[in-house]
Design a protein around this ligand. Sequence first.
Ligand SMILES: Cc1ncc(COP(=O)(O)O)c(C=O)c1O
Length: 297
Amino acid sequence: MIEFEKIILIPTPLIPVYDSSFEKKKVEVWIKRDDLTHPEVSGNKFRKLKYNLMEARRSDSDHLVTFGGAYSNHIFAVAAAGHYFNFKTTAFIRGDELNPDSSPTLRFASEKGMTLRFVSREAYRHKEELVKKTSSSDYLIPEGGSNRLALAGVAEMADEILEKTQADFICCAAGTGGTLAGILSNTKYKGKVLGIPVLKGGEFIRQEVTQLLGYDPGERLILKTGYHFGGYGKTKPELSAFIESIQHNHNIPLEYVYTGKLFFAVYDLINQGFFPEGSGIVIVHTGGLQKNSPSNS
Ligand SMILES: Cc1ncc(COP(=O)(O)O)c(C=O)c1O
């Protein structure tokens, strides 16, 4: 039994936002402030980890093993979750030239007690081999945390939205597609899911979602692949200015890797008239601010 509620804020607030362009286009917009779950185990990371942590505890495993890059929100969240919920943690980090001081994320993870194992990019490509070397009592969590149990946690976030409003569109940033798949897996939700891939060539997300769900979501999943701003972790002055304006006008912190691109895309699509008049639109703020860290990347 893990008492998440002791430190995790759930349900997270769903707040209405107002903007002259929303009124002009006759749409209603809410933000699901999932970034407020916890400063360090925030947003979709908590949702994806929840049932994995429960399963690890149920199967008497006290060691979480996972994978990621030097700036990964997932590594950050697993290190923090291990610290708060009493699991040892190990992460295989892409790049054998790195060390725990190579990024604020790695420094944070190491301070939280995570064992960091730096592996070459070549070895990282063959993760299955690394996994074979771990003990059978280890609990493995895939890169990005997206697996079947992750979907159940994300589906609960969609439940929280449905308790407050019947959305026509739930909009979310996409990296691996796990969060989109989790929202789609909620059978009570009948509306559409709009995904904004943050990587170039984001069409691959449909296959990932299909694989995680076990079926093709068809027209219920809409991907808008033109908002990557040059690729993963890339930004442009107009995106940075937009993020500042959201902070200034609505007091909502965004970063440029995931949620900045998402919010920019939804605002742009509203202005273009993409959403039919009368639509209820929910933007999911998935966190990712790595608040304890000096960097937001
Ligand atoms: C803050 C944030 N938002 C969105 C995503 C995308 O989630 P997913 O990998 O499930 O598509 C991630 C992680 O990849 C993330 O860290």
